[in-house]
Design a protein around this ligand. Structure first.
Ligand SMILES: [Zn+2]
Length: 393
């Protein structure tokens, strides 16, 4: 079924958090999380290259745009990051957007030429809570994020996107773990109406909805969607939301893929590495990459060392290697960014903050990437997919 396309201004009217940028004071990063979390949505205009709403897109190895020769490499990236954990940081009490030492504070976001992020309402250990408890935590996380973005000088829920001045970042909430909706899919649909669009059903542990890739018990890791998970996923698709398979077990990812494919709508992996380069269950394998690409969805490439390499250190070249593998297997339209900054991650040694994005862009150009592919990765593909999100009501 078709859904209303995202209304740029309307989306922001209720949920985008506009961050203006100012000064700074250091705060420590929290201890590293067992995995990453976060999502944020971005709100971007549709382009001529956007795919028709309900038509699956074949894997393409063409350049990201036909107008490559006319693109200006000096134009701001307006990057869309599908996973930055600023909402979680806000609720954890660590967030100071003015902190010059953050992974994705105001200064870093601006230097990184970031235009939009998804910030998930991630709740730690939600699998051990009752759904009602988790739902209260979602509300608390959302409230804290709103309050702290405002406190730090710029968070304005409800400002029209068009009014955002240069140097602002548009933030949209998403879900990484949907434990709170296991007994109440209507509550998830209510969040879609409030502007959330991208939903991952599981996080680090298998829950009432499905199996998780990082579940330590092999039998629990082998689980696919439960009946409750299937019901929720269908309700989310009915509401026009986008399903996220990052963190899902292989069986859960396959189940989610099948549901999206049956509706002929894109699905995504917001923040993952490539399993062919680093063989862990948390990363996406080539089969899944191709399914996501064929659906018209995207895979956001993670900057978390644990997703990139086996050892304790990685570099920007490792990010490039994962990205180029994604491009080779899934084509140029599946490439996206899902850095996982602020998720307690260990970043690459030469890309410690989101300010490194322009350096990555230069690295790709130096490797012969057409400017259209660079733009497809940083902005266009994610914009195409998020452009499907329903307007908030
Ligand atoms: Zn995560």
């Amino acid at each position: 079924m078709r859904h209303r396309q995202m209304d740029y201004a309307g989306c922001v009217r209720r949920f985008a958090l506009i961050l203006l940028f100012a000064c700074s004071r250091p705060t420590p990063l929290p201890a590293e999380r067992a995995s990453s979390a976060g999502d944020a949505a971005s709100v971007v205009t549709m382009t001529d290259a956007d795919a028709p709403a309900d038509v699956p897109i074949a894997v393409s190895h063409d350049a990201g745009t036909d107008a490559t020769a006319e693109l200006d490499p000096k134009a701001p990236l307006d990057a869309i990051d599908l996973h930055v954990d600023l909402a979680w940081q806000a609720h954890a009490g660590h967030l100071n957007l003015a902190d010059g030492a953050r992974q994705a504070g105001r200064a870093q976001l601006r230097e990184g030429q970031v235009g939009s992020i998804l910030a998930s309402l991630f709740v730690e250990k939600a699998y051990a809570m009752t759904p009602a408890e988790a739902r209260r935590e979602y509300e608390g996380t959302f409230a804290d994020a709103t309050r702290i973005f405002a406190r730090d000088g710029a968070g304005v829920l409800g400002a029209p996107l068009g009014a955002a001045a240069a140097g602002t970042v548009r933030v949209r909430v998403s879900f990484e773990g949907a434990d709170g909706f296991a007994d109440d899919p209507d509550a998830a649909v209510a969040w879609v109406k409030r502007g959330a669009c991208v939903f991952a059903l599981v996080h680090s542990r298998s829950n009432a909805l499905g199996g998780a890739s990082q579940e330590t018990d092999p039998a629990r890791r082998a689980r696919g969607l439960t009946a409750a998970g299937r019901t929720l996923a269908k309700r989310l698709l009915d509401a026009g939301a986008i399903l996220d398979v990052s963190h899902a077990s292989d069986a859960t990812a396959a189940d989610l893929a099948q549901l999206a494919e049956a509706r002929k709508v894109p699905f995504v992996a917001t923040h993952s590495g490539m399993r062919a380069l680093h063989d862990i269950p948390r990363n996406v394998d080539d089969t899944l990459i191709k399914r996501i690409a064929t659906s018209g969805g995207v895979v956001g490439v993670s900057f978390y060392v644990g997703h990139l390499v086996r050892g304790p250190q990685a570099s920007l070249d490792d990010v490039v290697a994962h990205l180029e593998h994604l491009r080779a297997v899934g084509g140029t339209r599946v490439m996206a960014l899902g850095s996982d900054f602020e998720g307690g991650i260990v970043p690459p040694k030469d890309a410690k903050t989101i300010a490194a994005l322009p350096v990555l862009a230069e690295r790709l150009r130096a490797r012969g990437w057409p400017e259209g592919d660079v733009r497809a990765f940083f902005h266009d593909n994610a914009a195409r997919v998020l452009g499907r999100c329903p307007s908030p009501q």
